[in-house]
Design a protein around this ligand. Structure first.
Ligand SMILES: [Zn+2]
Length: 357
């Protein structure tokens, strides 16, 4: 069984990009991680106290923290997305590699939700790499609700030969990343860039470099572990990430220093697993640069589907197709791709739709 095979091995954290999904697995591995965690916690102890959120309430579950530092030259958005990624795994029954691919995209979308302001705004991250996992689509709103799906959630790939990590790039493939911002204007804003590696984090950074000319470092991680209940082959242990952006005019020495700091940092999931909070991580990255927490807000996996929306989608197939369904006499069942909730419309409903034109 493939999952057991994966769980039996430790995937080392990719310190440079922080992009890797790490899997903690056997008892041996877990013991090893515990030892490592002590050092990491000692590191976290050095957090700059000015990064404390003051009187801002820190939510217990998944949340997003936005901060600036160095007199506004640096902006960082960081989050924990463990429950979001676990909900996605449970809803879609994703394989290990697709849990990482979808989870990283959901985490990226959650981070980008901080750019939305109006209640009706939405942002879509679409990864179209033509790989075996198929297209990945994640949608978020300004309230921190995120939902997503991938076309083939069951696809599993062998671990990468070169480093023994989950082959997210292989599952995603080569193609394009698209970000669509619907800011309640006449036309939504769309930006597209080529996928650099299909590992999602790097691809998001590249998108901001070419599409918005903003130097960006993106770190996204989904770490899975054996199910403590022993029911599932694995569950999401920790997930999270950050998006660090430099504003125009950021001094060169600041850029160099931050690059070195990020290069030496354990991945976000390693830090979260060691007990660090999102605030700790933000403080750790920006220590010495007077970080200021701007906002802390909860985020969650939440679908926006409803019977009304599904009915509108069904009406959109056109009168002749509706008539065909009616003639068939079995009604129509529509399944939401984002949450797998099923909606049934009986003959009476279909007739009413036809009559309403
Ligand atoms: Zn739904």
């Amino acid at each position: 069984m493939k999952n057991n095979e994966i769980n039996a091995r430790e995937i080392p954290a990719d310190e440079s990009s922080g992009d890797s999904p790490e899997i903690s697995g056997t008892t041996e591995v877990e013991k090893k991680n515990e030892t490592e965690n002590v050092d990491i916690l000692a590191e976290i102890g050095k957090v700059d106290v000015s990064a404390e959120a003051g009187d801002v309430d820190i939510p217990a579950g998944d949340h997003i923290v936005t901060a600036t530092a160095a007199d506004g030259a640096v902006r960082i958005t960081a989050c924990e997305s463990t429950s979001i990624c676990e909900d996605a795994r449970r809803i879609h029954g994703t394989s290990a590699v697709m849990t990482a691919a979808l989870g990283r995209t959901l985490t990226a979308a959650s981070l980008l939700s901080s750019q939305l302001k109006n209640a009706t705004d939405s942002l879509t991250v679409q990864i179209n790499g033509k790989g075996p996992g198929g297209k990945i689509i994640c949608i978020t709103d300004p309230d921190g609700n995120v939902r997503g799906y991938c076309v083939d959630p069951a696809v599993e790939l062998p671990l990468r030969e070169k480093d023994g990590k989950l082959d997210v790039g292989g599952a995603v493939g080569k193609g394009f990343l698209q970000i669509i911002k619907d800011l309640s204007l006449k036309e939504p804003y769309q930006g597209t860039s080529a996928l650099v590696s299909g590992e999602i984090g790097e691809d998001i950074s590249y998108y901001f470099a070419v599409s918005e000319q903003v130097p960006t470092t993106t770190s996204l991680g989904v770490r899975i572990c054996p199910d403590p209940e022993g029911v599932q082959p694995f569950v999401v242990e920790k997930a999270g990430g950050f998006l660090l952006q430099l504003m125009p005019g950021a001094p060169d020495d600041l850029i160099g220093d931050l690059e070195a700091r990020l290069g030496a940092m354990p991945s976000v999931t390693t830090l979260l697993a060691a007990g660090a909070s999102v605030n700790d991580i933000v403080g750790d990255i920006l220590t010495g640069y007077s970080p200021e927490i701007k906002a802390v807000k909860p985020i969650r996996y939440k679908c926006s589907c409803s019977r009304e929306r599904m009915q509108a989608a069904l009406c959109a197939i056109g009168r002749s197709d509706l008539q065909e369904i009616l003639d068939d006499g079995k009604g129509a069942e529509i399944c939401c791709r984002f949450c797998n909730r099923k909606y049934f419309f009986d003959n009476g409903d279909i007739r009413a739709m036809i009559d309403a034109g």
